[in-house]
Every structure is written in structure tokens, then in C-alpha cells.
Design a protein around this ligand. Structure first.
Ligand code: PPE
Length: 304
């Protein structure tokens, strides 16, 4: 179990044991919560900083807007809550989990209950293992489909939408794979269960466009910017499952997953079966950026 000293709940830091909600919490029954995953890193100079805090908190508010939820705090207050939670837990690096949800009151799908907000923080290493980060992971195309854009609200990070990801990751794990890749309703590659996906072919970097059923990942955006700055040609265009099998390189991005190479999909070796030069360069630059070692990406950091 995750252990933390303090959790921010409804405006104040409370002891870990006291961060509780009622059994009739609407979100528990219907999945009506919106959340974020944010990372803080210890800088190369020893100073910790949160990576792209404003964009994450803004996306939380965007998700809330989509589900008609009024968060009873401002963007600035929740940014502050994130920083306070890291400090209260004496973390100079870690993962932040803000969640806004409909609390207890009435039940029934359409009940509009008071909105509760929590922020937790804990240390979280490589999401898809340290070895996966270095050597690349083995992925499987899921038998579950990424939902149609009028079923899931793809611009939103809604708790209930993660049933689809849960089914896909469990299926992948039970079949002996590290992660699942989901196709869209037309059969094109969409994203990982908790990551965006990129291929490299003949030196060109490609990822599905935001009109596909994919989360507008902040790491995706970071990687696109890094690639452009490195002079790597970038295309935001759909691709098929077999295009992925024939890619020179394949990798996944996410706050938790960071930049994780994929060495195999559905038993097909990708490229040379090891991280290639593009993903290695992007990964290296990404880690330099989050640790404040790249001047031009300093604007992404909120020191605390
Ligand atoms: N797609 C999905 C479905 C997704 O859940 C994430 C993040 C991304 C793409 C990448 O988004 P971004 O973090 O903004 O680059 N998944 C979060 C939750 C992982 C979890 O297991 O919980 C995360 O990485 O924090």
C-alpha cells in the first residue's frame, strides 16, 4: 500500500489515516471523478521542481468542465495544494495524484453532489520497470478497443473511463506482456492503456493525431516539442497495427511511464529489438529537461 504522511483533502492537509470518504460517495458508484498524474523531479542542482504543473492543473479543470463539475478552488489554489503536499511529505521527487469527485449526498446517476478534492503524493519509480526503461518493454495489442470519441470524452481524464484501460492492462499482464496497446473503433492504433504511442520510420516520428481517441498527453506534447527542437521530422497522423510491426522504433509516453521504449509487439520484434537512436535521444533530452539541465525547457518547471 502507498504510504504518505499527509494527504490534502478538501482544503487542508490531513494525516494519511484520516484521508477517508463516505461509502455513498457518488464517484465510487459511477466513476465520476477527474484526475491527474503529475511528476516532481529533483533537479541536477539539487532543487526539486514540478514538471508542467500549470498544464496538468489546467487539464484537471478542463476535465471537470467536460463532466459539468465545478471545482470549488482556483487553478492557483490547486497548484499550491500540489506543492504543499510534496513539501508536507518531504518529497524532493515523486508522483502527485489530484482527484476531484462527486462526494456523498444523493445516489442515482444524475445526482449532483458536493465536489470533493484530494491531492496525494508518493515516490514512484519507473512505471513499466527500470529494465523496461533501459531495454524496452513487450506490448500486446488489446482485444479491448479504445472507445469511440462520443463514448469516452477523450479530452478528459475521467476515473470511470479507466475501466477500459484496466481491462486492457490486466489482459496484457495475464498474457505475459508488460503493457497493452489499444486500437480505435476503425482499427487504427490509438494509445497505450496509460500512455500515448509513437513510432519512428526512416527517421520520421509519428503519433496518432488528437482527433483520434487519445488523451492529449502532456508528455506527448513535451516529446513533440523536443523532437522538433532536435530537428526530427514529426507527423501527427493515424497508422495501422502492421505499420507498428514494421516500425524502426516504437515508444510510449506518459507522466508515469515517462519515455519508455517498446521492443516487441504481439511477438514481433520492433526494429533491432532494442531501443533505437531516436528514442534514446528523446529519452535523454526528456530527463535532462525534467531535471532542469536544458535552459530552453526551464519554463516547464515549478521549483519548490
Ligand atoms: N493516455 C492515457 C490513457 C493515460 O492514462 C495517460 C496518462 C496518457 C495517455 C499520457 O498523458 P500524460 O501523463 O499527460 O503524458 N496516464 C496517467 C495514469 C497512469 C496510472 O496508472 O494511473 C499518468 O501517466 O500519470
Amino acid at each position: 500500500m502507498i504510504k504518505a504522511d499527509k494527504i490534502w483533502l478538501d482544503g487542508k492537509l490531513v494525516a494519511f489515516e484520516d484521508a477517508k470518504v463516505h461509502a455513498l460517495t457518488h464517484a465510487l458508484h459511477y466513476g465520476m471523478g477527474v484526475f491527474e498524474g503529475i511528476r516532481a523531479y529533483r533537479g541536477a542542482d539539487g532543487r526539486p521542481a514540478v514538471f508542467r504543473l500549470r498544464e496538468h492543473v489546467q487539464r484537471l479543470f478542463d476535465s471537470a468542465h467536460i463532466v459539468l463539475m465545478e471545482i470549488p478552488y482556483s487553478v492557483e489554489q490547486l497548484e499550491q495544494a500540489c506543492v504543499e503536499t510534496l513539501k508536507a511529505n518531504k518529497l524532493d521527487a515523486g508522483y502527485l495524484r489530484p482527484l476531484a469527485f462527486f462526494g456523498a449526498g444523493a445516489l442515482g446517476v444524475g445526482a449532483v453532489n458536493p465536489v470533493q478534492v484530494m491531492v496525494a503524493a508518493w515516490p514512484w519509480g519507473a512505471y513499466l520497470s527500470e529494465e523496461g526503461m533501459k531495454r524496452g518493454i513487450r506490448a500486446k495489442v488489446s482485444s479491448f478497443t479504445r472507445m469511440h470519441v462520443n463514448v469516452n470524452m477523450v479530452r478528459a481524464k475521467i476515473s470511470g473511463q479507466y475501466v477500459n484501460s484496466f481491462l486492457a492492462t490486466r489482459e496484457a499482464a495475464l498474457s505475459g506482456f508488460d503493457e497493452a496497446i489499444l486500437l480505435d473503433t476503425e482499427g487504427y492504433v490509438a494509445e497505450g492503456a496509460g500512455e500515448n504511442i509513437f513510432i519512428v520510420k526512416n527517421g520520421v516520428l509519428q503519433t496518432p493525431p488528437l482527433s483520434s481517441p487519445v488523451l492529449a498527453g502532456i508528455t506527448r506534447d513535451t516529446v513533440l516539442r523536443i523532437a522538433r527542437d532536435l530537428g526530427i521530422p514529426v507527423r501527427e497522423e493515424k497508422f495501422t497495427r502492421d505499420t507498428m510491426y514494421l516500425a524502426d522504433e516504437l515508444f510510449m509516453t506518459g507522466t508515469a511511464a515517462e519515455v519508455t521504449p517498446v521492443r516487441e509487439v504481439d511477438g514481433r520484434r520492433i526494429g533491432k529489438g532494442e531501443p533505437g537512436p531516436v528514442v534514446k535521444k528523446v529519452q535523454e533530452t526528456f530527463f535532462r529537461a525534467v531535471r532542469g539541465e536544458e535552459q530552453r525547457y526551464r519554463e516547464w518547471l515549478t521549483a519548490y
